[in-house]
Design a protein around this ligand. Structure first.
Ligand SMILES: NC(=O)C1=CN([C@@H]2O[C@H](COP(=O)(O)OP(=O)(O)OC[C@H]3O[C@@H](n4cnc5c(N)ncnc54)[C@H](O)[C@@H]3O)[C@@H](O)[C@H]2O)C=CC1
Ligand SMILES: CC(C)CC(=O)C(=O)O
Ligand SMILES: [Mg+2]
Length: 371
């Protein structure tokens, strides 16, 4: 089959990790007889440098015309360290999500058996943990009215949610729970926030239409603690934009590294696939960034296109790389592979899953070289 894929590499490690995901997609295309056409587009700090705009109109057009979007990461210390900058890379990503109506961000998290013994968390706590975080992505405090007083002494960020925004998210999360272990946890701060009380009220009402799903409610501060103490209690977590952003980075510790966590951002028309991590600027160009989150995002992209076996072939290759220890330094500080070598292994394994000797040979040949 033919598909148009928009690629937004972005800033920092974004280009390095999306290049590995593209290798995996090309291996899938070869192996299964598909044809993917890629169109690259700019967003973030690189787009500001080139055009003055973090989300050029052309990027939006390319994304709208695509069957799916693969995105790396945006962000640059020169903006992070300048609180007065009026134009910022993150505005590009937020505008893209809003413009394409990508209101639902799905972040699957699971403890990989191959990594548990190296985890800072105890085996009995994380073994078997498997959850899906449903994070609202186009509302809440990231999109509220911002204000800085003229004298620079007072700042505010507004947070609002409508029943409509909560309802469309909740239905997707309940349907996911029906396909999983039939449990949904709403994470909020309903003891303090009016918006959270609206989430609770709306979700309680919607739950009546899903009697097979058990619902519970957790305040976000407690949820942050439960995530580390007893992550196996979670199946589907439904939450607002800010809380979902924070608890999913926390949950990545259960997965073994933030460099392993993929996500899908979906709405009515378009769909975008991205690692949950940022541009990790300290690693730019060093060949040490873990590309597996981007590669697993490509698997989610394929699943979205209806290519189930193809997606599974990427996931199997990732499991194999973890089993063999063909991973970057975040997962294997001693004798790691480079970003690019991990990408090579995944592509090679997709094409030759039976040929273990060849995989070993290719990888060991370049193991001592980073990049
Ligand atoms: N979706 C996006 O594009 C996001 C962009 N950002 C931006 O990224 C920049 C850096 O933000 P940070 O808070 O440092 O978050 P970050 O996610 O870029 O990095 C935080 C830490 O996570 C680890 N890490 C991240 N990606 C990794 C990978 N692929 N492999 C191995 N380890 C990895 C590293 O230890 C790193 O120090 C900022 O400009 C921020 O605004 C942050 C989060 C998401
Ligand atoms: C611009 C930020 C909201 C990006 C981020 O941290 C995320 O989406 O996880
Ligand atoms: Mg984040």
């Amino acid at each position: 089959m033919d598909f148009n894929i928009a690629i937004i590499p972005g800033d920092g490690i974004g280009p390095e990790v999306t290049a590995q995901a593209k290798k995996a997609l090309e291996a899938v295309a070869d192996e299964y007889g598909h044809h993917f056409t890629y169109t690259e587009a700019m967003m973030g700090a690189c787009a500001i440098d080139a055009t003055g705009n973090p989300l050029p109109e052309e990027t939006l057009d390319i994304c709208e015309a695509s069957d799916a979007i693969l995105f790396g990461a945006i962000g640059d210390p020169k903006y992070d360290n300048d609180p007065t900058a009026k134009v910022r890379p993150e505005q590009g990503l937020l505008r893209l999500r809003k413009s394409l109506g990508l209101f639902c961000n799905v972040r699957p998290v699971k403890a990989y058996e191959q990594l548990i013994d190296n985890s800072p968390l105890k085996r009995e706590i994380i073994s078997g943990a498997d959850m899906s975080i449903y994070r609202e992505l186009t509302g809440g405090i990231y999109f509220g009215e911002k204000h800085l007083s003229d004298d620079g002494q007072v700042a505010s960020d507004g947070c609002s949610y409508s029943v409509k925004e909560i309802t469309r998210m909740a239905h997707l999360a309940f349907k996911e729970a029906q396909n999983r272990r039939k449990k949904l946890t709403l994470v909020d701060k309903a003891n303090v926030l009016e918006t959270s009380r609206l989430w609770r009220k709306t979700v309680t009402e919607i739950a009546k239409g899903y009697p097979d799903v058990a619902v519970d409610f957790l305040f976000v501060d407690n949820a942050a603690m439960q995530m580390i103490l007893n992550p196996k209690q979670f199946d589907v977590i439904l939450t607002e934009n800010l809380f979902g952003d924070i608890i999913s980075d926390e949950a990545s510790v259960i997965g073994g590294s933030i460099g392993l966590l993929a996500s899908a951002s979906v709405g009515t028309e378009n769909a975008l696939f991205e690692p949950i991590h940022g541009s990790y600027p300290q690693a730019t160009g060093k060949g040490i960034a873990n590309p597996l989150a981007s590669i697993l995002s490509a698997a989610m992209l394929l699943r979205h296109l209806g290519l189930q076996d193809e997606a599974a072939s990427i996931e199997t290759a990732v499991e194999k790389s973890l089993e063999l220890g063909f991973t970057t330094e975040d997962l294997k500080p001693e004798n790691p592979l480079s970003t690019s070598k991990v990408g090579d292994f995944i592509a090679d394994y997709i094409l030759n899953p039976e040929d273990t000797n060849r995989n070993f040979k290719n990888i060991h040949a370049g193991q001592s070289t980073i990049i």
